[in-house]
Design a protein around this ligand. Sequence first.
Ligand code: AMP
Length: 639
Amino acid sequence: MISVTTTLTGFSFIYFLYSRIPYAMLCKTFERCEATTKRLAITEYLVQLFLQAIKLTPSGLLELLYMCINKLCPDYEGLEMGVGESFLIKAIVSSTGRNIKNIKAEYRSTGDLGTVAMNSKGSQGTLSMPKPLTVHQVFQTLKDLSQITGNQSQKKKIDKINSLLVQCRGSEAKYLIRQLEGKLRIGLAEQTVLSALAQSIVLSKPETSKLSQEKIEQALADAAAIVKSVYNQLPCYDMIVPALLEYSIKDFPDHCNMRPGIPLKPMLAHPTKSLTEILDRFEDRKFTCEFKYDGERAQIHLLPNGKSMVYSRNSENMSDRYPDIMSKLANWVMPTTSSFILDCEAVAWDKENKQILPFQVLSTRKRKDVKEEDIKVQVVVFAFDCLYLNGESLLRLPLEERREKLRSAFKETENEFYFARQMDSNNIDDIQVFLDVSIENNCEGLMVKLFDGEEASYEPSKRSRNWLKVKKDYLSGIGDSMDLVVIGAFYGRGKRTSVYGAFLLACYDPETEEYQTICKIGTGFSEEDLLNHYNALKGHVIEAPKRFYCLGENPVKPDVWFEPVKVWEVLCADLSISPRYMAAVGKVDASKGISLRFPRFIRVRDDKGPEDSTSSEQVMTFYYNQANSSKGKGDDMDY
Ligand code: AMP
């Protein structure tokens, strides 16, 4: 149960002096969260922290929240926290005067630079007590840091980090360094922080204390659901937090409506292994099949003022990457359409033959500083959903109605814009033929979507069972590819000695925030691929495996370790339980994980961040869904 009363304990002094939230108070909360794995306990610690802020410094709540999720601004504004390991080591050396060799040795044994920084500070004598840090000061310095570019930027960054490190006390250095690295990894998943935010708002209202315990619990659950749903549609704390402080929980959604210019987290699909699985799932329901285009997801926005932008599936602003889409937009928007958010796929296109080109062609396009006149690979847009139109959200409408609106608000324009090809028959033979046609047209397969009724609404950020994907290779293997993070590599042999010849891959567990090893891969690479991978990865080599790499007791040991930055799409024959790999450990076996048999590299997924990679939950589902249950349960082999 959460207590409504708050105590200021030892932090009141700093509060009193600076009317700011002490950084020590935040770090104390981090320590408590780190010491438990219980989600309820973590939520409660956060609620207590937020309640204090709401009561004493409501204007500081937004910064406090950003610090908890370790972000500086909404994703689409593109300011990133991550400071490279070598910078941080230099900063620790210069702020503590410790020998770099000792620092590196301690880092290799702990795998955590934060702990190294804290220990280094601890062993250092101080002549005078520096002024205590506040959350505001740390947040603003981190923001400044992320904007430093150009001349002398390295020195300027190290000086800034130093200025903070010098003021750190106790565990502050540990969390400061982890924040600078870009991830805290103490269980503060965004969903937990959202729940805590909602609960603290409810508990801060005097009228809550008059309710029965049962009613309070209900109010807390309702508030968490409301805040999460609003966040899904308007992922912008800069708007949500002030509205929450100003209005009642009930009224606040009216002041936080989705709008063009702010990207929603896209809806995702569940993999299936056969067409009969689709028929089983959608039995007696109306559904529709669409081509699954093999390009890059593009959420296109038009504001009433005429401004337009394209966002990636990670809410990254890609408008500069696609100036050609931006400049042609007016050709395919009907005159009556004044604002919209469209869900589309941008696909490489052969203008001469009016044909879709494979994904590999799209991936050769430049990703930065693209000038329209230099573009060699043309793209077209295939629109499959409309989420917002002329000032109104369409999210709650069934797909059938959203599609009607889509078709009336835009027009197909040759070589520029098309509606996703669709087929509405529920007959399995028709679907099989449509699947074959999609493959002939260089698509990946089909998306099959529930078409009418309440469940056919658009569910932002959800991997929904109301959207199913069927890929062409569904008959062989496990039905879908996986997107895995490269965390280590082995040097090649023979003519491959100057590059990495094999790699260690991991999936991601969002609950524990760990990367869990899943396989060693050395198949599917051309000589050119290997050279490209070497060049792309060599700058991300780290001294030791990160503390959040789950490797098991008898781990596979690569020659080099990497930061978790690169995501690759991989296919495999099947999955097996393994004592050496740790994917989904604890889910199918207490100490063993799941590994991939005969993994094969398909392609790099630059559109996915490491935390968007296949989750351990999904790996577990793949394992249980294997076509032949007797297969894949044998002993693991080390490829
Ligand atoms: P996957 O990345 O395999 O989970 O597949 C989902 C992706 O397929 C989406 O993120 C879109 O980029 C892409 N896609 C292609 N065609 C469609 C479509 N008709 N409907 C929804 N998503 C599509």
